[in-house]
Write a protein that binds this ligand. Sequence first.
Ligand SMILES: [Zn+2]
Length: 191
Amino acid sequence: MRCGKPVRREETEYCRDCTKTDFSYDRGRSLFLHQEPVSSAIYQFKFHNKRIYGSYFAKELAEEYREQIRRWNIREIIPVPLHPKKRRKRGYNQAEILAKELGKLLEIQVNTDCVYRIINTRPQKELNDKERRRNLRKAFAIDSDWKPRGNVLVIDDIYTTGSTIDAVSRLLKKRGTEHVYFLTVSVGQGD
Ligand SMILES: [Zn+2]
């Protein structure tokens, strides 16, 4: 298991996305399957200013993955950024809230500025996986001063196809990060 997505068929180790894609990240885990009541809670957290859910989710993540994170030897936590326009409109970035809370709980440095979004991607449901990945790879940039201090943990709210985490991870690895892991609150069902 690489992305942590539950697979329907018992005999398969990797989900379909992990089988056919060479993801840049090493591996990752998610707390919950993206279904009720978690999906509604995330929606509220994301779009209806329920920032308080962030500390609840972060506490759960810390509890569940403290040991795992220690084994991954994480030196820096980086949230998936929102485009500045989107962030202004929403007033906050849910992934940033999660990352900051988790960093506090585990006493790991959080860097919310080094990776940023330069293109405000539209919802990509009409695109196929390849087009989506190509689009997302151009959507992020990394600060020219940033240098890896060790392995990185990327944080987001939901893991779906892996394209977003992959795009961020690609930048971090290009800049010399040895291992990139991720944690999200929820994950979609795999094929
Ligand atoms: Zn997978």
